[in-house]
Design a protein around this ligand. Structure first.
Ligand SMILES: [Fe+2]
Ligand SMILES: [Fe+2]
Length: 405
């Protein structure tokens, strides 16, 4: 048996393992011969590689000819940001390799991690973190209200008597959201051969859970779009969030994950707590973002504020009554093995680490998060599969960046 990247499959090859779509629906069973139509279907559903009856794996596409001197410069510039990661681990090594290739192709020589950090203010640790977080809870500082549309949508989804049509009707109340949703479901990200021209049809084809999850993710980020650029560049933040969402969905689809509809939105919202910090603690945020020392931003949050962005996400999602599974994926993305469903949290964790490595967007973090090896092992992915999934995710991200406001 050998694992072959989808784009290198040939009609007539025999499957050694079942191939399933993003929701675990069987696309082609083990033992079947692959036909030309199956190749299209695998590509449509983002299947990165399949197991076929063959003696040896086909190597992933060789790197295109890039100037070795440039690659060396990019690698040297990137290495400090990977300092906390184990570059000898096969998964980390592959992510590092993909990051170098991507940055070389983009034509941007990566500045060092140190160069990414402004060097001025040094913040001092504070001890009133609990009081600060309590002040958020007791409404001295009020967490933003849930957008009415999401409130209605969650209510409709929870109602056992509601139909797909009811869900489509709620979404259709917002023409902007409906238009954006249709652009996304008509993209290669979903890969449907015929055009989906209404929200009702989108719900019927890709399912109410998937469409609702997309609507929730898109609308939730909108709540924070007024954060001033002097505090943080929201465009760069949305870029990082989208990168993480796309990667999470593709990683989930390629692993043995069922019900992947929440993975895109989990990735999209994984750092939402940071937006609460940017909005309500802008002075401290500026201090943390400017600080030249003191480890990762994740750790500085705890030292300066007394809580982390993942703690704030708990409060926000509790207030907004978001589903527990989504909340868990988000709040455990920095320590996935502690989550109720460690595999899903591990996917968001890995997606976040890859998004940072590729330099796609910004979350304020200047170090590449450390890949949790125990979490990686739970995913049972091959490092080689990353060589297919990462370029695939970048392709979809490129499209999504053009449609997101
Ligand atoms: Fe985070
Ligand atoms: Fe992140």
């Amino acid at each position: 048996m050998a694992y072959i990247p989808t784009r290198q499959l040939k009609p007539g090859m025999i499957l050694s393992e079942d191939v399933a779509d993003v929701n675990g629906r069987l696309l082609l069973a083990k033992g079947q011969a692959i036909g030309a139509n199956h190749l299209t279907v695998f590509k449509m559903w983002g299947v990165p590689e399949v197991a076929v009856d063959q003696d040896e794996d086909v190597p992933a596409d060789p790197a295109p000819a890039l100037d070795p001197a440039v690659m060396r410069r990019v690698a040297e510039g990137l290495q400090p940001a990977f300092a906390d990661n184990d570059l000898t681990h096969p998964a980390v090594a592959e992510i590092f390799r993909q990051a170098i290739l991507h940055r070389c192709r983009k034509g941007t020589v990566q500045r060092t991690a140190a160069a990414d950090r402004p060097v001025n203010a040094v913040s001092s640790p504070t001890s009133d973190g609990t009081a600060r977080r309590r002040s958020l809870r007791t409404r001295d500082i009020q967490l933003p209200e849930i957008p009415t549309l999401i409130f209605r949508l969650n209510d409709t989804i929870a109602d056992p008597f509601s139909s797909a049509d009811d869900i489509a009707q709620v979404i259709s109340k917002s023409p902007g959201l409906s238009a954006l949703l249709l652009k996304i479901v008509n993209s290669a990200f979903y890969g449907f051969p015929s055009r989906i021209d209404s929200v009702t049809r989108a719900v019927a084809i890709i399912g109410s859970k998937e469409v609702s999850a997309l609507a929730v993710g898109i609308t939730t980020l909108e709540v924070f779009k007024d954060i001033p650029k002097t505090v943080f560049d929201m465009q760069a933040f949305t870029h990082h969030s989208l990168a993480c969402g796309v990667l999470a969905r593709i990683l989930a689809a390629s692993g043995s994950i069922r019900n992947t509809e929440q993975m895109f939105v989990s990735g999209l919202l994984h750092d939402i707590g940071r937006l609460v910090i940017f909005r309500y603690f802008s002075k401290e945020a500026a201090q943390m973002l400017a600080s030249p020392t003191g480890g990762s931003l994740y750790d500085r949050e705890k030292r300066v504020l007394g809580f982390r962005h993942t703690d704030i996400a708990v409060d926000l999602f509790e207030k907004w009554k978001f589903p527990v599974a989504l909340t868990q994926n988000v709040i455990f993305h920095h320590r996935p093995v502690s989550a109720q469903d460690p595999v899903k949290a591990a996917i968001v964790h890995l997606a976040d680490m890859i998004a940072h490595s590729l330099g796609e967007g910004k979350s304020g973090e200047w170090r590449i998060p450390v890949l949790d090896i125990a979490a990686w092992e739970k995913l049972r992915l091959s490092p080689r599969a990353l060589a297919t999934m990462i370029p695939q995710a970048l392709h979809h991200l490129g499209f999504l960046m053009t449609v997101f406001p």
